[in-house]
Design a protein around this ligand. Structure first.
Ligand SMILES: Cc1cc2nc3c(=O)[nH]c(=O)nc-3n(C[C@H](O)[C@H](O)[C@H](O)COP(=O)(O)OP(=O)(O)OC[C@H]3O[C@@H](n4cnc5c(N)ncnc54)[C@H](O)[C@@H]3O)c2cc1C
Length: 657
């Protein structure tokens, strides 16, 4: 016969003001199986916990019910407390008489009755509690970082500096991400390359970091501490060991194609290095455009390469490696704003995107830093910047604010004036969102010192008139229409999740929000974790972010990884699903409903050599959510610590009260 002790907490006056705690303790003492019941001001305090431990010893209690606050707050406290007194930590139940009674009711009598009911239910469950045990899970102390933008670079460096090996997988030929395309960065106007390149080089030379560029994650299996990850290293067509980065190959390649890094404004060759500071500084052959791959005569690069590094026949290599933790840092892409036909992008050459403007400003860009009109290569005199192009717009599928456009538009207007003092810029905006350190002051400087003319209002149409681009809109502050004849228009388009974000989320078993940004476990308290253990988020793959926020989150993710790796091993959570394999009909329903891919059908060797299938739970992956229990047609899955018998006994206790 179980010997249950009930401990009713006042929580100061938090509970005692609305619940008659003494009466709850008296009633608890009358419940069958309860051999001791008391109340105390602060059960979680040291004297309160001593009271629990003493009662376990004096009354030979083998189960404990604490009627106090939410188990989310103090269940671990009381689990520790009773295990110090020699009980299995899972022999404690908590009746939440604070959040469920005193904080939500005013009628003291009714709240007290409800508290008694909750205690009665907890006792019924406690009587059916049984010891649960955690297993030790080994950890592979090696991290995978997916995405080599500033987020991935920072996360990799921090994990590596903490002493753990990291593999950084980037799908383009170089690490660097978007930041590598920028000229200067708001709000301090540091030269982007000057602050990013040293980090890229540090990454490449760090003894704990392996960089795999031109590579992608294909499959992820396993669980926290033990992920098995298949990575495809795409054939570069150049032997990385032999290449010295001399550049002869691409200087002589006869094929010219639009340059993605220059946002289509310059050309690159079919064998190319994406940008001068690329890491690694090893070219890649673009097989789609290489003459040799299109059955045309060529082979110039191979003939000229002084080290014999060109390897046309190189094949993709697929490797499977084990990692203990994953940081996802895959960043964002820009919305294709040619969809807004009335803004003329794609049809009017002098309507360009913010990213194209970055490349025009950049000394290593297609115009060597000269800001000129794409149509006639003349410097513009009047430039109109349009913020919120597609952002904060339900019509265009982005209800959210892209967060950085107000700031980079201000940066563009300021730098334009700095380079060409006789230009005039106009900025159409909806609201100015400048919420970062030094941001408000930066926008003010752009307006007051650099003379940018800010117009609050939407642009309705952009069209060509002779060699000018006419911007029509409304000034909503003055309440009048505006029409500006510009030489160039720069659109600050919405940031979007990567096109394959959903696909990567599926591979990783993590979730995305309605826009396909990766979802964090909790928006306030777990901003870098996801619901699957061992996977962390960094940077703009979660939501639009500027560089300071990106770097902060990347360091946060890295510290989570280091925290995980600092443990000798992991302890499995025992409150997980378990299948009675002998009763399982292998219908597979549980496999389908499990949100964590924690269940698989396995072959069982039966008697007389006969084999049959049954569902089996992977203890490392199961989160104990109970979805499979509800989904099992044969009722042969139970959640340890919340078995059907335990839950039904609680309901009976309430029904029979
Ligand atoms: C025009 C413009 C100007 C800006 N100017 C500033 C500024 O001045 N100051 C500032 O603070 N912020 C600025 N920002 C914001 C800044 O770009 C972001 O904060 C920053 O780039 C986020 O870094 P990230 O590493 O998260 O993403 P990214 O820079 O997008 O990097 C992600 C990386 O992951 C790689 N990747 C994607 N998918 C995969 C995959 N499946 N597998 C492997 N690799 C993958 C990508 O190729 C890329 O290299 C600007 C943004 C824009 C659009």
């Amino acid at each position: 016969m179980a010997r249950v002790g009930v401990f009713v907490c006042w929580c100061g006056s938090n509970i005692a003001r609305t619940v008659d705690v003494q009466r709850v303790a008296e009633e608890a003492g009358r419940i069958p199986g309860v051999v001791f019941a008391t109340d105390y001001k602060y059960m979680c305090s040291e004297p309160g916990q001593t009271m629990v431990r003493d009662a376990i010893r004096d009354h030979r209690l083998d189960r404990v019910v604490v009627a106090s606050c939410s188990p989310r707050l103090h269940e671990p406290t009381f689990q520790r407390c009773i295990s110090e007194a020699g009980l299995n930590p899972y022999m404690v139940e908590m009746a939440n008489i604070r959040e469920h009674c005193s904080w939500v009711h005013q009628d003291k009598d009714a709240a007290t009755e409800k508290a008694i009911d909750l205690v009665r239910m907890a006792v019924a469950k406690a009587r059916r509690d049984f010891p649960l045990f955690r297993n030790e899970i080994p950890i592979t102390k090696r991290a995978l970082v997916i995405g080599g933008g500033v987020a991935g670079i920072q996360a990799a460096l921090d994990i590596a500096d903490a002493g753990y090996p990291v593999t950084l997988v980037e799908r383009t030929p170089s690490i660097g991400g978007r930041m590598a395309q920028y000229d200067k960065t708001f709000p301090t106007l540091d030269c982007a390359a000057c602050i990013l390149t040293p980090k890229m080089v540090d990454c490449a030379s760090h003894p704990n970091i392996t960089i795999l560029t031109y590579a992608e994650v294909e499959e992820v299996t396993g669980f926290v501490g033990n992920f098995n990850i298949r990575i495809r290293k795409k054939a570069r067509g150049v032997d990385m060991e032999k290449c010295t980065g001399c550049g002869v190959c691409y200087s002589k390649c006869p094929v010219k194609v639009p340059n993605e890094f220059e946002e289509g404004m310059g050309e690159r060759r079919a064998i190319y290095v994406p940008f001068p500071q690329a890491v690694p500084n090893v070219p890649v052959i673009d097989r789609e455009h290489c003459r040799l791959n299109n059955d045309l005569k060529c082979g110039v690069c191979q003939k000229l390469c002084p080290t014999g590094a060109i390897a046309y026949d190189q094949q993709d290599e697929v490797v499977t490696e084990q990692f203990g933790a994953i940081v996802v840092a895959t960043g964002f892409r820009m919305w294709d704003h040619s969809q807004i036909g009335e803004y003329g992008y794609g049809s009017i050459p002098d309507v360009i995107s913010g990213l194209q403007f970055e490349r025009l400003m950049n000394a290593s860009g297609p115009t060597e830093g000269k800001i000129v009109r794409p149509s006639d290569h003349r410097p513009p005199k009047t430039v109109v910047f349009v913020a919120c192009v597609g952002s904060r717009s339900e019509n265009h599928g982005h209800e959210y604010c892209s967060k950085v456009c107000c700031m980079y538009t201000a940066k563009h207007a300021l730098l334009l004036k700095e380079k060409y003092p006789d230009t005039q810029s106009y900025v159409f905006y909806m609201d100015i969102r400048a919420n970062g350190k030094g941001y408000e002051e930066f926008v003010r400087r752009t307006i007051e010192e650099y003379g940018a003319n800010y117009i609050r209002g939407r642009v309705s149409r952009i069209y060509r008139h002779g060699d000018k681009v006419v911007v029509k809109g409304a000034d909503t502050l003055l309440g009048r229409p505006v029409e500006i004849e510009a030489d160039m228009v720069v659109l600050a388009t919405a940031m979007e999740p990567q096109e394959d974000a959903k696909d990567l989320a599926r591979k990783l078993g993590i979730s995305t929000d309605q826009h396909n940004w990766f979802s964090e476990a909790h928006p306030k308290l777990k901003p870098v974790e996801v619901l699957s253990s061992g996977i962390f988020l960094a940077g703009a793959c979660q939501y639009p972010k500027d560089i300071p926020d990106t770097v902060a989150q990347a360091s946060g993710a890295a510290s989570k990884v280091a925290g995980l790796f600092s443990k000798p091993h992991l302890l499995s959570e025992p409150m997980i699903a378990s299948v009675r394999e002998e009763d399982c009909a292998a219908c597979g329903q549980c496999v389908q409903v499990c949100p964590f891919s924690a269940i698989e059908l396995v072959e069982l060797n039966g008697k007389n050599g006969a084999s049959r299938r049954a569902a089996r739970v992977n203890e490392g992956l199961c989160h104990g959510c109970g979805t499979c229990v509800a989904g099992c047609r044969g009722s042969c899955i139970d959640l340890r610590g919340f078995t059907n018998a335990q839950v039904l006994s609680e309901i009976d206790a309430l029904a029979l009260a």
